[in-house]
Design a protein around this ligand. Structure first.
Ligand SMILES: *Cc1c(COP(=O)(O)O)cnc(C)c1O
Length: 408
């Protein structure tokens, strides 16, 4: 037996089934026209942003990192709830503008921005978080060519990283950002070139569940930003402090203590160094905002035994839920939270493996899980599917095609 991850709070049972937004899993599947299906709960999204705002200082702006989930109706909702949007490609820029989001509240980070992407961002009045000196110079040239002043910030590659972070994106040699020691020279070059100097972006990692690690990193980010502002010798209008807030995916994971983080940040904001007194601060979050509000629903198409092991074979799999299969940035595969959606709340009576329909042993949704007895035709739910699901999985693999998506 292997434990399943913790089912996020906020899901109820209706007529013995998992309910999302007050509707049973099977009625949602019917409404969407079939499985596999991602369902996102708008009330959970709203509640998540609201509780985060209650915990964080009023001065802190909350940005949504849309790479976590770019589904248009969800993006539109998130745009109405947060203060800014962080994008990482020209494609995301198109989606953000199509969702009617304010260009002035969008910033664009990410390595390898092509000239067309830089041009679209500059023309649209988006803030570019520069990843290198070369990118800065291409932005100046494009701004000159199209007669538009680029709005530029610098993404810093700090010399520290977020402790306990699932994916390390700061510290040492990185393709992301400009090494901290080189930032002041580049910032002065940006200002001298006549660009609209916006400030700094310091992202240090993802998926941290330890509040103390985040508190420590935020303190380091503020100190670094103040030192850099001082060396640059110009006001720092904006500081994107990164994010890294994690969600519990696996057995034993505890929810992040955002109250502790908010309290510590409030104290820091009360005694800021002079360089940061007038700075606008933001954090950028992806999975923390949307991850737990999404459920992936698949149907059992076969039930079989092999050498004494029960397999529930579903019509979904890693082509939609790569992360739950353990193949998206995890070293050791562990079970995501999962359940038989058509027997939600029933006592587990058997050990079974839930697998997908792809012809590869990588396609596992739950290993050796204790579950209620489920038959062909019943629905399986994989939780924590709101972030890095549909858009972060190889949906073309084996000719399977994308899942349906629904915001309720
Ligand atoms: C991916 C990414 C995020 C979002 O990460 P989450 O773990 O989903 O919160 C935020 N900022 C940057 C720069 C990123 O690359």
């Amino acid at each position: 037996m292997k434990p399943l991850g913790p089912i996020p709070a906020g899901f109820d049972s209706l007529d013995g089934e998992l309910a999302i937004g007050g509707q049973s899993a099977s009625s949602l599947v019917e409404r969407a026209g079939g499985t596999p299906l991602f369902v996102y709960s708008s009330s959970m999204l709203k509640e998540r942003v609201a509780s985060l705002r209650r915990a964080m200082p009023a001065r802190l702006r909350i940005h949504y990192a849309m790479k976590a989930n770019p589904y248009a109706p969800l993006l539109e909702l998130m745009g109405s709830l947060v203060d800014g949007l962080d994008i990482a490609s020209g494609g995301e820029l198109k989606m953000a503008l199509a969702a009617g989001l304010d260009p002035a509240a969008i910033s664009f980070a990410g390595p390898g921005k092509r000239d067309e992407e830089l041009e679209a961002a500059i023309a649209g009045g988006i803030t570019l978080n520069l990843e290198s000196v070369g990118e800065a110079r291409r932005a100046f040239a494009i701004g000159d060519r199209i007669g538009k002043t680029p709005r530029l910030a610098i993404r810093v590659n700090p010399d520290f990283e977020l402790r306990g972070s699932g994916m390390k994106m700061g510290g040492g040699a990185k393709p992301f950002g400009v090494d901290a020691a080189k930032v002041p020279d580049l910032a002065r070059e940006v200002i001298t070139a006549g660009a609209d100097w916006r400030g700094l972006h310091i992202f240090t990692g993802s998926q941290a569940l330890d509040a103390d690690a985040i508190i420590e990193t935020q303190a380091n980010v503020l100190t670094l930003a103040a030192n850099l502002a001082n060396e640059i010798g110009a006001d720092l209008l904006h500081l994107n402090m990164g994010g890294g807030f994690g969600i519990p995916y696996f057995n034993g994971d505890q929810p992040l203590d955002i109250t502790a983080i908010g309290t510590a940040l409030e104290e820091r904001f009360a005694s800021l160094p002079e360089e940061l007194e007038n700075t606008e601060f933001a954090i950028e979050l992806g999975r923390y905002l949307v991850g737990e509000a999404g459920v992936y629903l698949t149907r059992i198409v076969d039930r079989k035994e092999s050498h004494g092991t029960t397999y529930l074979v579903t019509d979904g799999g890693l082509h939609h839920q790569l992360a739950a299969s353990g193949n998206f940035g995890t070293v050791v595969r562990r079970n995501y939270p999962a359940a038989i959606a058509t027997r939600f709340g029933e006592e587990p009576v058997e050990e079974a493996n839930i697998v997908g329909c792809l012809c590869t042993p990588l396609d596992r949704l739950a290993d050796q899980a204790m579950l209620p007895h489920a038959e062909v035709g019943e629905l399986v739910a994989v939780f924590c599917a709101g972030a890095y699901g549909a858009s972060a999985s190889p949906s073309a693999f084996l000719g399977q095609g994308p899942a349906r998506e629904l915001l309720v």
